[in-house]
Design a protein around this ligand. Sequence first.
Ligand code: GDG
Length: 468
Amino acid sequence: MSEAEFVVVANRLPVDRDEDGGWRSSPGGLVAALEPVMRKTEGAWVGWPGKADLELEPFDFEGMRLVPIALSESDVELYYEGFANDTIWPLYHDVIAAPRYRRAWWEAYVDVNTRFARAAADAAGRGATVWVQDYQLQLVPQLLRDLRPDVTIGYFHHIPFPAYGLYSQLPWRRQVLEGLLGADVIGFQRVADASNFARAVRRQLHLETKASGIRVPQPDGSARIARAKAFPISIDAAVYVDLARRPDIQARARQIREELGNPKRVLLGVDRLDYTKGIRHRLKAFGELLEDGRVSVDDVTLVQVASPSRERVDSYIHLRDEIELTVGRINGDYDTMGHTAIRYLHQAYPREEMIALYLAADVMLVTALRDGMNLVAKEYVASRIDNRGVLVLSEFAGASDELGSALLINPHDIGGLKDAIVRAIGMPAAEQGRRMRAMRRRVREHDVEAWSREFLAALAAVRTAPGA
Ligand code: GDG
């Protein structure tokens, strides 16, 4: 048993396997945010290495202890693709796609969560702090508390927590709430998510809630207070600024515009190919604008990066077909030899290329139907060191709570979305600058480091609270 003071538990380890069987770190906000704490505390990270049936011993990587959890083909199918991505994901995103409730998926979820909790219990030293991440592991907090009552447990929920009327569909609604309440601090993206959770706890478990505190009765008759609160996640803004300053990336941005035929305006969408992201609504609005003649393919091009995601889940297979049919129709109707309406890219790119795209785009379209936060919106803003560009942002993305200077839209209102796109295309530079500066300030001041610092401070406060 190793003795880490700080343990992160997440579905995925922060590394990817390279071609020759070695490991390289997978760049993500979470890793960047936790790296300083990890180094300072000789932290451990418990997670799945991303490939089925890979049995590996714990190993050290860049100052962290990595503890791999092996998942079989069947675990991946039932726990990950099934319960996490075909039950919880659609249910928590307001049933945009129909959630499927399968008892065998739930059983696999319980089983895999138990294995994660055991591994975390083994990795944590006496009195350690353990931070559990996201909806794949909602049962881990209580399972871990049962094994290790001495550790302080945090949980952060990266996706929305739905309104009670929807949440109550879940056949295992009580067990999931009990699992989460094992944490001392339960963090959400938005205030609304935290209040949806508190309401579910009151209705299902009849517990008392007061401000962010939830009174959780203990087996010995005493009670402890769990805190459910919003901690909006962010990005490592300085990294985006540094990359956006790089002359080669700026040159690449100019080259992208040239390759698109130098349109007057470039619109951009960047999403995992997911039904929550509102890609279809965006395409519909853009297609209608071309049809109405309010935009012309000679002047405006939409670049849509839809990176491959969850390619074995049925709803994702159908979504891809629908999107590609729509893109093909719109391009077929409006393309000319020299200009394309939509440059559609079902590919994943290096981060440098993403930033060149952000710099090349006059208008960024974030039209999510439901999104915990949406980091793409923050990345676009952070990259615009020239204080130019317009962010069109769905009010259903968590980011809209902080980025009020974006053009906020309701993606279901296609007419309103079309008007916002036209307004963005024609927005004077001075107004762009005013809005962009306000958003940039927010993202700079509240970066991912501030996010983890605030969460961990809330967790430390639990530990020092009287009676703890
Ligand atoms: C979940 C929640 C919440 C995308 N394509 C490429 C690429 N990306 C990067 C983006 C961004 C990330 O992936 C996507 O983050 P989002 O926040 O937009 O969305 P989810 O993946 O759904 O994330 C979400 C988030 O967790 C954090 O809490 O904000 O609401 O759903 O960083 O840039 N990166 C590269 N190539 C690509 O092709 N390099």
